[in-house]
Design a protein around this ligand. Structure first.
Ligand SMILES: Cc1cc2nc3c(=O)[nH]c(=O)nc-3n(C[C@H](O)[C@H](O)[C@H](O)COP(=O)(O)O)c2cc1C
Length: 213
């Protein structure tokens, strides 16, 4: 395991990159590793209500930029990842997860029945809006993992909420897969001319942020 110091160093090194070097391409292995880190994220009950869409097509990225406040990261970063959630969450999703859990853990079908009932009840009790908000929150955990993993690997990233999710859904034809765009993450290499890299990080101190009881 890593010591704390290199983790702190990586998190101090990272910043929300505004200007990427368009020539700074990531190795596919690195990209796959970062997406795997996101895939391994914690989620409430382990339900993993997310998909990660990697947009590689330059023409498509140019169109998306127009729906993302014209932010240059959308086109200039090595890769653009759109973190998505399912449009809906149903008891069928719970059933699929429980089937996987029983198979992975060598349980007999039905062994996780009480857990399944509890999860189904949880999902059914939420309103449609609450279900969506709950899924969004899980997607943000995956975003956090992705950002941290990128920092540890020395890869630049910009998390981005400045976009129109409805337009992204359309341009990426996400409905076809029953998905909705939640948040973006541009990944690549910082441009030497990105002045944001030299700005001091602004964070409240540990004394201000951490409380003990
Ligand atoms: C969820 C989220 C959405 C963000 N959206 C954008 C964005 O659309 N464009 C952008 O340039 N930065 C965006 N940021 C970056 C923040 O402005 C940045 O993380 C914050 O100012 C702290 O600076 P640092 O990350 O460089 O340390 C976003 C950050 C988060 C966590």
């Amino acid at each position: 395991m890593l010591e704390i110091a290199p983790i702190q160093q990586a998190l101090n090194w990272r910043y929300a990159t505004k200007q990427f070097d368009p020539a700074g391409k990531l190795a596919e292995d690195d990209l796959a590793g970062l997406l795997d880190a996101a895939r391994l994220s914690a989620s409430s009950f382990g339900l993993q209500p997310w998909k990660f869409v990697v947009v590689r097509e330059p023409a498509l990225r140019a169109k998306l930029r127009g729906s993302a406040w014209n932010q240059p990261q959308v086109t200039d970063a090595s890769h653009l990842v759109v973190l998505c959630r399912p449009e809906t969450l149903t008891v069928d999703d719970v059933a699929r997860f429980i089937d996987r859990l029983e198979a992975e853990r060598g349980m007999k079908p039905g062994d996780a029945g009480p857990f399944k009932q509890m999860l189904s009840g949880f999902v059914e009790r939420l309103s449609d809006g609450e279900r969506k908000t709950w899924m969004d929150r899980q997607v943000y955990i995956a975003l956090g993992t992705l950002l941290t993993a990128a920092a540890l690997r020395g890869i630049d990233a910009c998390p981005m909420e400045g976009f129109d999710p409805g337009q992204f859904d359309e341009l990426l034809d996400l409905k076809r897969d029953g998905l909705h765009a939640v948040v973006l993450c541009a990944l690549g290499r910082r441009s030497a001319s990105d002045g944001y890299a030299r700005l001091k990080k602004v964070r409240y101190s540990a004394e201000e942020v951490v409380l003990n009881r």
